[in-house]
Write a protein that binds this ligand. Structure first.
Ligand code: BEZ
Ligand code: FE
Length: 264
């Protein structure tokens, strides 16, 4: 289905679902007007993407787009995850040894390593590039707090010819999604918190492979089961290793990445 036909199908489907809900819930006129006023406010504050996130729609569309059931990975391919509102294209290309966080950045030091491979053959993808971004220790991104500096905790890194990579950063904290607007008010009214479990965002690009946008999460995080946007997938949760007397005392985690050839 193309163009107007596709639009017709979407509008019909949404209207059908809305009519069913209105009928089933016996929505009153007052409730209808309260809902419409609310949606106006969401638009005025530019929070429709955030509303889609907290209603689980963004995660569902991501899963459909990548042929995954919600909560599961698609076979050997590393599961995708939503991009979220804080990605910035054009992050600086870093030089080896890779440091996403500058010396002295607040937070526990972390070394992230892994290998990028082809999901079918297991061969290394030596031409892959990682584009990583994360929040700072106080739970905000540089585009929320420009005083952090441009492209703070962001960087692009080429992997080694054998597909391996390693970069240093700091352990990101769980943080609250923006909650001072209508979406925050909705979460409070529903008795839901606004926290996302700690995570690190990654885009992985390589010639001949489907680009991957994903996140890695950390085992034992208190918000893994109640993420405000419901985006956690088991296969994306890694263990933080600590205290085994290795050289620099940093926490470590391993995240291997399997890419899908573009031809499939
Ligand atoms: C994020 O992980 O950056 C994010 C995703 C959705 C809403 C808010 C933040
Ligand atoms: Fe995030």
């Amino acid at each position: 289905m193309q163009g107007n036909e596709r639009l017709q199908g979407i509008v019909d489907g949404l209207a059908r679902a809305l009519h069913d809900a209105v009928r089933e819930l016996r929505i009153t006129e007052d409730e209808l007007w309260a809902g419409l006023r609310y949606l106006n406010e969401v638009g005025e504050r530019g929070e429709f993407p955030l509303l889609s996130d907290v209603l689980g729609v963004s995660v569902l569309v991501d899963a459909i787009t990548h042929g995954e059931e919600v909560g599961e990975g698609a076979g050997a391919t590393t599961a995708s995850n939503v991009e979220g509102p804080f990605y910035r294209p054009g992050a600086p290309v870093l030089e080896r040894p890779y440091r996403l966080a500058a010396e002295g950045e607040p937070g526990e030091r972390l070394r992230v390593s892994g290998r990028v491979t082809d999901d079918g053959t297991g061969e290394p993808v030596g031409a892959a590039e990682l584009d990583a971004w994360q929040s700072s220790a106080n739970g905000v991104y540089d585009n929320q707090d420009p005083s952090l500096g441009e492209f703070h905790l962001r960087g692009r890194m080429a992997v080694e010819p054998d597909g391996s990579y390693e970069f240093r950063t700091v352990v990101p904290p769980p943080y609250e999604i923006p909650k001072d607007g209508p979406v925050g008010a909705l979460l409070r009214a529903l008795g839901r918190h606004a926290f996302r479990p700690a995570h690190l965002h990654l885009k992985v690009r390589a010639p001949g492979y489907r680009p991957l946008t994903t996140m890695l999460y950390f085992a034992d995080d208190p918000y893994l089961d109640s993420d405000a946007i419901g985006a956690v997938k088991d296969t994306l949760v890694v263990k933080l290793e600590r205290d085994d007397g290795t050289d620099d005392g940093a926490a470590r985690c391993r995240f291997d990445i399997a890419l899908q050839p573009a031809s499939r």
